[in-house]
Design a protein around this ligand. Structure first.
Ligand SMILES: [Zn+2]
Length: 369
């Protein structure tokens, strides 16, 4: 049947009719709220590039968790800002690590809330990478300096000021020896990731969510958890995590920017949908209970393809940059914030995500409530 028999506008005539034929519904129980916990007491610091999102001390995180729970959002995911970083990510797996502390407090005060633990090393590593870093070639600091000298040609200096500037320039080049000189060691990093997962499970984390993108980490974590007796702790793997410019604001929030190079040797190339399916398949084979695609809106096709192909619960992470863009445009009066917020979440849901990790969890729940 075609027009004039068919008139699609008939079912759009009133709000009631539109509601009856609505295909995709958002509910607060689809949301997971990310939180950034840091040392201190009574501490709340807004993340500049993410208005409305805060670094929270444990007591403040508990308050926030209570509010999230009251709004009908079933879960939070915790990221940690340790007071000290090192080369073995001690803060990630220490018994008194910041996420471990926050988990104990939240599980005690808000027992009904499902607490997820993001498992990665970047926030706890002095170099900010998601795994152990090793110099890939025997190129020494001296060789790097020579390389730097070749790059900086002005060596003749006339004044103290110029001399200082030249030294600073050289130091900068030496410090940034570039990703080619480094390797993020895969297999050795797995041990730390498993150790971190067990430590989080010990603290009471309900769901382990590895985001590092090392090969084989789901299997390593599963083994670690099982050996420690946590056979019932599920794994939500960030299975298809793309190297994305949309993570920018998060790196401020979690203070986790890499000090050199980038993450392209472990996070995925945004061009690759088929590879994303292989990543997901590998994680499922290794024992993932749930899978995730990250970021969400620039990768809706990946979410849809994953939904089509796999039967596991599927999550998508609406990342910091997606949030920051909406906030910035809304603050300029260029878009209607609430409307765009809900539309962005709806699009992720429609693409097939059953769970959405989003900084909008609270605000969207309020609108839906
Ligand atoms: Zn990381």
């Amino acid at each position: 049947m075609a027009f004039p028999i068919t008139r699609l506008r008939r079912l759009r005539r009133t709000a009631e009719l539109r509601n009856m034929v609505c295909e995709t519904r958002l509910t607060p129980d689809a949301f997971v709220y990310p939180m950034f916990v840091c040392p201190g007491e009574g501490f709340r610091k807004e993340v500049k590039s993410m208005p409305g999102v805060f670094n929270l001390s444990v007591d403040e995180a508990v308050r926030e968790a209570r509010e999230v729970h009251m709004l009908g959002v079933p879960s939070v995911i915790l990221f940690g800002l340790p007071d000290k970083k090192d080369e073995i990510a001690t803060g990630a797996w220490a018994e008194d690590g910041i996420v471990q502390q926050a988990t104990r407090a939240i599980k005690r005060e808000v027992p009904g809330l499902v607490v997820m633990g993001d498992v990665c090393l970047c926030e706890y590593m002095s170099h900010g990478h998601c795994g152990i870093v090793k110099a890939a070639s025997p190129r020494s600091l001296g060789a790097a300096a020579t390389h730097a000298m070749n790059k900086v040609r002005t060596v003749a200096v006339r004044s103290q000021k110029e001399k200082k500037q030249t030294i600073e320039k050289l130091a900068a080049v030496v410090a940034d020896r570039g990703p080619a000189d480094y390797e993020i060691v895969n297999d050795a990093s797995l041990e730390l990731l498993a150790k971190t997962s067990v430590s989080l499970a010990n603290a009471g984390i309900d769901i382990i969510a590895p985001s590092d993108m090392m090969d084989g980490r789901v299997a390593a974590i599963r083994r670690g958890l099982d050996d420690a007796g946590f056979i019932n702790t599920p794994i939500l793997s960030y299975a298809a995590k793309f190297a994305s410019g949309f993570y920018g604001p998060f790196r401020e929030a979690a203070d986790s920017a890499p000090q050199f190079g980038d993450r392209r040797s472990y996070q995925m190339d945004g061009a690759n949908l088929r590879e994303a399916m292989r990543e997901i398949e590998a994680d499922i084979e290794e024992g993932a209970d749930m899978i995730m695609v990250k970021p969400a809106m620039p990768y809706l096709d990946v979410i849809a393809a994953a939904r089509e192909r796999f039967d596991l619960p599927l999550a998508a992470y609406q990342v910091s940059g997606e949030y920051a863009m909406i906030e910035a445009a809304a603050r300029n009066g260029w878009i209607e914030r609430d409307r765009v917020m809900m539309e962005s979440l709806l699009s992720i849901r429609r693409a097939g995500a059953s769970m959405i990790l989003t900084y909008y969890a609270k605000d969207a729940a309020k609108l839906l409530g």
